[in-house]
Design a protein around this ligand. Structure first.
Ligand code: ZN
Length: 382
């Protein structure tokens, strides 16, 4: 907001670039602050004995182990949510409004936050109970059993999310526009693959940004297109975006993503098991199934995610590049692909040329400028 006075004095494209840079700088600072806050809390739980105190508090209230676990997790989760609330509000509400990217009112933001809190509790509480039940009953193989359970649950949720979870936050309806439908049909035929549905995603109720994605698994597999995109982009531009999403389908990228997630979570469970065995006595945990050790489990998985995060992103950027290449081969003309990228960058305030290190570490997609340059190179070759 403070920079608006200078808008007219500078080259508009440069100003947009500057705005995008400052937006992303602010987002990164917030992400780092949130991470640091969580890390400090985790260190306190582990090294200052906070977790042991919370466990003792839970045991003083009940003799039942299931209830004690429940109480402990409610206390731990409650404190952590409250601590994180100001930064979450700042990044999810204030910042988005400051950069003119949000259509969400305070009431809507609060409703969404409560919904995600309820969802987190509905999934998180049973998950922790299952982990500690397994730790009590099968102390040697708990990590493998929990991982198998997690794997089944992940696959099931990937299937159910488009029909069960997404509608809790957004409205969806089938794309009815005949022109778009027939374009998709022709694309699918040429690609030799069929996507069941294209749904219009009422993102405009909450955001000014545009987006598209391939979601679901099996009978719920579908492409979702933000209404901001359907209404503001030309049919040729939407076709280019559909072709990119169709590529993810043809390349089996959802399964690749799930497989990677399962491999990493297996490593995380194995690492957590080792951490429990080695460090439990040091932190004052009575045995392997002492639920005060939950922060140690979390610390092990956070450590692993930190290490693998850049590689996961690199793999994602590789899949995105391949999807772009596929889309460029599928569409009759490269120009709408390029213009859709420029539009998306403007609308979403994307950083067109992030610092190479930033891109390497944090970005799941190649930068917009790289994607456009690749499309231009494709046009020269074609
Ligand atoms: Zn993609």
């Amino acid at each position: 907001m403070a920079k608006q006075g200078t808008l007219a004095e500078t080259d508009p494209s440069e100003t947009l670039d500057q705005r995008a840079r400052s937006y992303h700088r602010a987002r990164r600072r917030l992400a780092i602050s949130r991470f640091a806050l969580n890390a400090v809390f985790l260190v306190g739980l582990l090294f200052a004995g906070w977790s042991v105190h919370l466990r003792d508090l839970a045991w003083r209230s009940t003799d039942n182990v299931w209830l004690a676990v429940l109480l402990y997790v409610l206390l731990l989760g409650g404190i952590s949510r409250l601590l994180g609330l100001p930064l979450r509000f700042y990044s999810g509400y204030i910042l988005e409004h400051r950069y003119g990217l949000s259509n969400l009112l305070l009431g809507g933001w609060t409703r969404d936050s409560l919904k995600s809190l309820a969802l987190g509790a509905a999934f998180g509480l049973p998950a922790v109970e299952i982990v500690y039940y397994t730790l009590r009953r099968f102390p040697d193989t708990w990590w493998l059993l929990c991982w198998a359970f997690f794997a089944l649950f992940s696959v099931l949720m990937t299937n159910l999310a488009p029909v069960l979870l997404f509608p809790l936050f957004f409205e969806f309806r089938p794309v009815t526009e005949e022109n778009l439908k027939s374009r998709l049909l022709r694309l699918s035929e040429r690609a030799g693959a069929r996507v069941r549905d294209v749904m219009e995603w009422k993102l405009s109720a909450k955001s000014k940004k545009a987006n598209a994605a391939l979601v679901g698994l099996g009978n719920t597999r579908r492409i979702i297109l933000a209404d901001n995109l359907v209404n503001q982009y030309t049919p040729e531009e939407i076709e280019a975006i559909l072709a990119h999403e169709l590529a993810h389908h043809v390349h089996g990228d959802i399964w690749k993503g799930i497989s990677l997630q399962l491999a990493l979570s297996l490593a995380a469970f194995a690492l957590a098991d080792q951490a429990l065995r080695r460090f439990s006595p040091y932190f004052g945990y009575t045995n392997l199934s002492d639920f005060a050790n939950l922060p140690l489990l979390l610390a092990a998985s956070v450590l692993l995610s930190l290490i693998v995060f850049p590689f996961v992103n690199a793999f994602s950027r590789y899949r995105e590049r391949r999807a772009d290449d596929f889309a460029l081969r599928m569409i009759p003309d490269v120009a709408p692909f390029i213009s859709s990228m420029s539009k998306l960058a403007r609308q979403n305030l994307a950083e067109r040329r992030p610092h190479p290190w930033i891109e390497f570490l944090f970005h799941s997609h190649p930068s917009i400028d790289k994607r456009i340059r690749r499309a231009e190179a494709f046009r020269r070759l074609a």
